[in-house]
Design a binder for this molecule. Structure first.
Ligand code: TYM
Length: 337
């Protein structure tokens, strides 16, 4: 059996290099191992679904026109980054209402203290004091519904989503023990160097869509000049050496970005910068980032909205069929007439 992959991104804020390196890059790699040509270790290959999770985005207030626009932009980003609609299913979460239905059902087996422990909830509610809404609180339950609805085996995400994937595992097991075997218990899929790309202005905090300063992140739409400026200004550690170690978090983060974009190992990058300083390293890193983002942006700008809408409609039909079949079984299990 091919392994089902499911992941998603919220259409809110700017998409940045952390989203690409922590999530989308590994999606593209997984997609390239199709079921038919699977090697022995991946027996069965992968069957990927990538979703634009608009219902998650509205847990923070969004302007309707901007939300519509962002939803298209995130789908376009998937395509420009190499997600191929022939190999992967791409759709918008709200186009398949079964996500919300399953989330409601899972809410009834979720304990309030479990949700109170969620780091992202604590973090988002401290930043959004005026709008600590019930949706924000039960956000991980909707995410569990996304994952469980499609019998997902692997969830490729950055480290900040691990606690949510764990919640999905807990709910799958709980439902299975209450109502008999129904859900696959999913596993997270993490790429070590990319799982936590840190802010360029503060290597102790992750690169974030909602960061106050634009010098925190490199947006996937930044111009070459902006990228060069942001990398030049990025915080560095004390000392001069290009060293990959936990006590040099700023340079470690930059090495991770370099290594991932250059498809190299951090060790190889460190070796090639022996005896060289931060300035030279940063200058080269900026060119590596520009070299990656320029062709990405060219592809992005050449994809028409019409084409994206067509792909999303195709995705909706396929996802809806799968979700309807699964929901039938779930409704029956819990005794809905
Ligand atoms: P979101 O939209 O915040 O982020 C999308 C993906 O980007 C990863 N990411 C990072 N990775 C490395 N370093 C960073 N600095 C960084 N910042 C973000 C995130 O880990 C994520 O993989 N709840 C999810 C969306 C979601 C989802 C799902 C994911 C909804 N349903 C089902 C997987 C499966 C979220 O808010 O991601």
């Amino acid at each position: 059996m091919p392994k089902r992959i499911f992941s998603g991104i919220q259409p809110s804020g700017v998409l940045h290099l952390g989203n690409y390196l922590g999530a989308i890059k590994s999606w593209v790699a997984l997609q390239e191992k199709p079921a038919r040509n699977a090697s022995h270790s991946d027996a069965g290959g992968y069957d990927p679904i990538f979703c634009v999770v608009d219902l998650h985005a509205i847990t923070v207030h969004q302007k309707p026109d901007e939300l519509r626009q962002k939803t298209l932009e995130v789908a376009k980003t998937y395509l420009a980054a190499g997600i191929d609609p022939e190999k992967s299913l791409i759709f918008v979460q709200s186009h398949v209402p079964e996500h919300a239905e399953l989330a409601w059902i899972l809410n009834t087996i979720t304990k309030i203290p479990e949700l109170e422990r969620m780091i992202q909830f604590k973090d988002k509610s401290s930043k959004n004091r005026q709008n600590i809404n019930a949706g924000l609180f039960s956000y991980p339950v909707l995410m569990a519904a996304d994952i469980l609805l499609y019998d997902t085996n692997l969830v490729p995400v950055g480290e900040d989503q691990l606690q949510h994937v764990e919640m999905a595992r807990t709910l799958a097991r709980r439902f299975n023990s209450l109502f008999r075997e129904t859900f696959v218990v999913p596993e997270p899929f993490i790429v070590k160097e990319g799982m936590r790309i840190m802010g360029l202005d503060d290597p102790k905090k992750k690169m974030s869509k909602s960061a106050l300063s634009e010098y925190n992140y490199i947006s996937l739409t930044d111009t070459p000049e902006k990228i060069r400026e942001k990398i030049k200004k990025s915080v560095t550690d004390s000392g001069k050496e290009i060293k990959y170690s936990a006590d040099k978090p700023a340079i470690k983060n930059l090495i991770n970005i370099y290594a991932l974009l250059d498809n190299a190992k951090p060790k190889e990058i460190v070796e090639s910068y022996q005896g060289k300083g931060y300035a030279e390293f940063k200058k080269d890193l900026a060119e590596v980032v520009v070299g990656f983002l320029e062709p990405f942006q060219e592809k992005y700008n050449n994809i028409e909205d019409r084409e994206v809408l067509r792909i999303l409609e195709e995705g909706r039909e396929k996802a809806k069929k799968m979700a309807e079949e699964k929901m039938e079984k779930i409704r029956e299990k819990i005794g809905l007439l």
